[in-house]
Design a protein around this ligand. Structure first.
Ligand code: C2E
Ligand code: CA
Ligand code: CA
Length: 280
């Protein structure tokens, strides 16, 4: 049964979707090797005139439960692909990461639909990465065929929020992922706790052992960024680097970021300083 509060929200969401009043923000992901912009993750936003700003963690599950996830996914993907083309025309050559609900994977024709959208909007499929979390009615392993078809088409696949769900190591080995995103939960006490550092390092090594890109999400401090570099992590995303941005703000952010990067990577993280002092 749907709660009364949800009915109002569902109504408002459906109207926002139909009337094109949702928008996307884009959060940069940078290379930890040289600070260059690698990709941007599209994140849906809903600012309702009455209800205010509602986070996707509230309305995405509502859309999933009420048959609105497919229209949301198609609107979002089309909008993001159009934006990619604008950036591309302006000389910004990046990959686009897009979040997919596990429910969408249950449609057998979904990979063909995504490919058709890429083709219609002239976006090479190699420039698209789909981010997946578990949570549909079936475990991701049951979607093996669908996931493999995405890869055959050249579309990248990231396992999102890794370490928090019930994605097993066996699934990680069998499924055709290209990127592993370490959940920000593991980064929160990485500086203070040796155990957390070990877990992050293990996840990075696991990703590399399986031939995947290791991405850390939720990087909020300079020490986290420096430590992730020391641990060999490939890509980082988080408020330290940039909050999700309006599309027109990306160029200006990147100019500023390129100036910040050399300063951020000059000194060692606190934990390495502490260890060096202890040894001295
Ligand atoms: P996610 O895919 O894990 O997205 C990352 C979330 O972490 C985003 O929240 C982002 O704003 C937030 N974040 C990024 N850097 C930091 C940081 O340094 N610190 C902290 N505390 N948070 C950070 P957001 O935009 O509220 O999205 C929440 C979730 O909603 C996403 O989690 C994703 O699962 C889902 N979502 C967002 N957009 C879409 C969409 O278009 N389709 C679908 N199916 N799901 C979406
Ligand atoms: Ca994501
Ligand atoms: Ca995530």
């Amino acid at each position: 049964m749907i709660a009364a509060a949800d009915i109002g929200m569902l109504d408002g969401f459906e109207r926002a979707l139909i009337n094109n009043r949702l928008h996307l923000a884009y959060q940069p992901k940078i290379s930890l090797v040289d600070g260059t912009l690698k990709r941007v993750e599209a994140l849906v936003r809903w600012d309702d005139p009455v209800l205010g700003s509602i986070p996707p963690s509230r309305f995405v599950p509502l859309a999933e439960r009420n048959g609105l996830i497919d229209p949301l996914t198609q609107w979002g993907l089309r909008t993001a692909l159009r934006q990619w083309r604008e950036w591309h025309a302006a000389g910004i050559d990046i990959c686009l990461a897009f979040n997919i609900s596990a429910l969408s994977l249950e449609h057998l024709d979904f990979p063909d639909l995504v490919e058709r959208m890429c083709r219609a909007l002239e976006v090479p499929t190699e420039r698209l990465v789909l981010e997946l979390t578990e949570g549909g009615t079936q475990p991701l392993i049951k979607m093996m065929d669908t996931l493999t078809r995405f890869r055959i088409k050249g579309i990248g696949l990231a396992i999102d929020d890794f370490g928090t769900g019930y994605s097993t190591l066996m699934q990680l080995r069998q499924l055709p992922f290209t990127e592993l995103k370490i959940d920000r939960f593991f980064l929160t006490d990485m500086i203070a706790s040796a155990d957390s550092r070990l877990i992050v390092k293990t996840m990075i090594d696991l990703a590399h052992g399986l031939g995947l890109t290791a991405t850390a999400e939720g990087v909020e401090t300079e020490d986290q960024l420096r430590l992730l570099r020391l641990l060999g992590c490939d890509v980082a995303q988080g408020y330290l680097i940039a909050t999700p941005l309006a599309p027109e703000a990306l160029g200006e952010w990147y100019s500023e970021w390129q100036e910040r990067w050399p300063k951020l990577t000059k000194s060692l993280p606190a934990i390495a300083r502490k260890q060096a002092n202890a040894r001295a």
